[in-house]
Design a protein around this ligand. Structure first.
Ligand code: ARG
Length: 463
């Protein structure tokens, strides 16, 4: 509803209230009420600092700090009435504070502006989400470590181009994702360390003439230090973009794993069985068990990356310092954060619950000429052949097996020797998949011993 009177917080120079459309486009209270707790923490820290600096009286600061707790409890209890006429969370809280404590409420906004206030609130909110992502990633990594450990020596096909390439171990494949999510975790921590500077006290854009102590509010709010440039402090949103790009990269990783789970759980692969708890049925086909959680995780990267792109476009070309464009930052970040946390939790649940089908993995590992490279390596090692020639001869053997409709270990020695006379029966030792994976002991390779070493390293790292 538009108001016929001018805004009670800033309407001194206005004779009339806003048009209803103006109010609709201007108000952010519909979404920024999610930052109520952060807004109240910021205001409480600011009030305490104003008193400590002798800018307001101790009794006013006490009334403000107490009153803000009352407002917070109303918001948490759902009894608070948010007003679009009051635009945003900052003015809604302050207006209610005035109703609760009266005149001292008007002193809270000394030496600050909504510009540093919103930057502070939003940073605190994003910081909480980075902490939640940190915990979510650790939980997911632990679930993957458990899967890797259980099947550290289980063989499966490794793919390139989604064509069978060489046998690998289940543990090795799980650990590939541990590395990815581990880098996501380090990106989360980097982003947190970089963003942890307090905007509060930058005021509208230029700082303030009041003798404020920005170090005190920074410390009270858990920031490492005050941001060093007031123009930058109120207009920087790269912390939000870093959050979104970190979320995007992680969501991309989640989508790749989700895609593998969709493929692996199909009747054609049967590499894994997803639990009933993370699958759904079909309303028409009674036999169906669909990997919906995996599919939705696969899709989440779309909206998360979309949020990143949207905010990048909002910020592009904005002159310093604050512009109202920046109010468009929050919904993108809120939506991306909600979906990122949900995707992390759903993936953790799926990984914990899923069962790898050891027999199907092993059967697939041996098909598709997966040990052809081992054969070529044998020709190099035992017959001293240049690798290029060994590659060519192995290719001929693959063609021979394909023609006979069998796999490489099923060829007879005579078949082998028809392609190259010096091949001996020893070659069959390297054609088994177990041998293949056990031989790949190079650092970071798929051999179970290497995989176990990496699992142990990650467990030590996580503590
Ligand atoms: N609701 C605003 C936002 O989200 C708060 C800051 C308003 N500042 C201003 N100068 N109008 O960005």
């Amino acid at each position: 509803m538009s108001d016929t009177t001018s805004n009670q917080m800033w309407g001194g120079r206005f004779a009339a209230g806003p048009d209803a459309i103006m109010e609709a486009i201007n108000a952010s209270i519909g979404f920024d009420q999610r930052m109520a707790a952060q807004d109240i923490s910021g205001s409480r820290a600011h009030a305490a600092m104003l008193a400590a600096q002798g800018i307001i009286s101790d009794s006013d600061a006490d009334a403000i700090r107490e009153g803000l707790l009352t407002v917070l409890s109303e918001i948490e209890a759902g009894t608070f009435t948010f007003s679009a006429a009051l635009e945003d969370i900052h003015m809604n809280v302050e207006a209610r504070l005035k109703e609760v404590i009266g005149e001292p409420a008007g002193r809270l906004h000394t030496g600050r502006s909504r510009n540093d206030q919103v930057a502070t609130d939003f940073k605190l909110w994003v910081r909480d989400q980075l902490d939640a992502a940190d915990a979510g990633l650790i939980a997911l990594i632990r679930a993957l470590l458990d899967q890797a450990e259980a099947g550290s020596d289980w063989v499966m096909p490794g793919f390139t181009h989604l064509q069978t390439a060489q046998p690998v171990t289940w543990g090795h494949h799980m650990m590939a994702y541990v590395e990815m999510f581990g880098r996501d975790l380090s990106r989360v921590r980097d982003a947190r360390a970089r963003m942890n500077e307090s905007p509060l006290g930058a005021a509208a854009l230029a700082g303030t003439s009041f003798p404020i102590d920005r170090g005190m509010t920074a410390q009270a709010l858990g920031f490492d230090r005050p941001a060093a440039n007031s123009l930058d402090a109120v207009s920087d949103r790269d912390f939000a973009l870093e959050f979104l790009s970190t979320a995007s990269i992680c969501a991309m990783h989640l989508s790749r794993f989700a895609e593998e789970l969709v493929i692996w759980s199909s009747a054609q692969f049967r590499f894994v069985s997803l639990s009933d708890r993370f699958s759904t049925g079909s309303s028409i086909m009674p036999q169906k068990k669909n990997p919906d959680a995996a599919e939705l995780i696969r899709a989440k990267v779309g909206r998360i990356f979309g949020a990143n792109t949207a905010l990048m476009m909002v910020m592009k070309g904005l002159p310093l310092a604050y512009s109202k464009d920046m109010q468009e930052d929050k919904e993108q970040v809120f939506d991306a954060a909600d979906n990122w946390m949900l995707a992390l939790a759903a993936m953790e649940g799926m990984v914990k619950d899923m069962t790898a089908n050891r027999d199907s993995l092993a059967a697939a590992a041996g098909s598709g000429f997966s040990t052809a490279t081992d054969l070529a390596d044998w020709l190099v090692r035992v017959l001293g052949m240049p690798f290029r020639e060994a590659h060519h001869i192995t290719g001929s053997l693959v063609a021979l097996a394909e023609g006979k409709g069998c796999d490489l270990p099923d060829l007879s020695l005579a078949d082998m020797q028809s392609v190259h006379g010096e091949i001996t029966a020893d070659v069959f030792d390297v054609l088994g998949v177990e041998n293949s994976v056990n031989s790949r002991t190079s650092y970071g390779g798929t051999a179970p011993a290497q995989v176990r070493a990496q699992i142990a390293r990650w467990r030590r790292t996580l503590g």
